[in-house]
Design a binder for this molecule. Structure first.
Ligand code: AMP
Length: 280
């Protein structure tokens, strides 16, 4: 496995592979890797000759009062996890390698980012889009893998790739959960024992919403209300949003039909957690 710290090192390796006609699958991450990341790497491993993973806590996608400084990092553990999946290359740049002093170009969009995390975290998706397009230009992958855990991000990246004709296939992968239902996240490490127990309210409330829909409920307001009321039964939880939107456009819907994203963001203590499901 190659570990690259500079764009030049990555390009040399990727060009070598491209000359041999090999396909490259790419998994962008912020590190502190867990089973969710691993599932993306396994999908990339199954469908491509070579697998590249980036590990980069991207300062541009964090707001001024967010957790950039405290975001968990453990590069040595990450290396081991990548090795166990048979990853071929890790790109682990310093922020200065990605953003030099004169950096001033950004990728942004008008649609898809007005709701959900785009609303709560202004500038977040501009940072995500900018870094992901940069990474695509550096790694030149045939396919890139993103988790449905960050469903709005997945929709934004798909739209960006279509709008800007990036030559890469975007593959969405299912949410990986702990045995008790909590969606795996690097940020789960912030939770105290009590908060960890309280965090179960996210998946439990979504399950309740899913059940209502399965029983025939199509009124988005009623489903949102039922999920919200259930979250409010947990004293440590504070709702950021509970929304029902079209998964492709991220526009709010009144009626729940196919491909509706039911997404929630909830603070458990100081930790903001997200979770969702998409209707069939
Ligand atoms: P992050 O390191 O949080 O930026 O995540 C990197 C990628 O892993 C993103 O595409 C996430 O959606 C994906 N991911 C994170 N957690 C999970 C999970 N529990 N299940 C599936 N994919 C995940």
């Amino acid at each position: 496995m190659d570990i690259c710290y500079t764009v030049k090192e990555v390009r040399t390796k990727i060009n070598e592979w491209k000359k041999q006609g090999l396909t490259v699958g790419f998994v962008p991450t912020m590190g502190y890797l867990h089973e969710g990341h691993k599932s993306l790497m396994e999908a990339a491993r199954a469908h491509n000759d070579k697998v590249a993973v980036s590990i980069f806590v991207n300062p541009m996608q964090f707001g001024p009062s967010e957790d950039l400084k405290t975001y968990p990092r453990d590069f040595n553990r990450d290396i081991k996890l990548c090795e166990s999946v048979g990853v071929d290359l890790i790109f682990h740049p310093e922020p200065s390698e990605m953003y030099d002093d004169n950096f001033c170009s950004y990728v942004d969009m008008n649609g898809l980012t007005a709701e959900l995390c785009g609303k709560s975290r202004p500038g977040h998706f501009r940072g995500v889009q900018t870094v992901v397009l940069k990474l695509f230009n550096i790694v030149k992958p045939d396919r890139a893998y993103f988790g449905q855990k960050d469903a709005q991000q997945l929709a934004v990246i798909k739209r960006m790739v279509a709008d800007l004709n990036a030559d890469v296939e975007i593959i969405g992968c299912p949410i990986i959960r702990e045995a008790d239902g909590l969606a795996k996240s690097s940020r789960n490490t912030y939770l105290s024992k009590d908060e960890r127990a309280a965090a179960l309210i996210l998946s439990k409330s979504l399950d309740l919403g899913k059940k209502l829909i399965e029983q025939g409920e199509t009124d988005a307001k009623k489903v949102i209300e039922a999920i919200s009321n259930n979250i409010k039964t947990e004293p440590l939880a504070r709702i950021d949003y509970v929304s029902a939107v079209d998964f492709n456009t991220i526009k709010p819907v009144d009626k729940i039909g196919k491909s509706v994203l039911i997404a929630i963001a909830v603070y458990i203590g100081k930790t903001r957690l997200i979770d969702n499901f998409i209707t069939d």
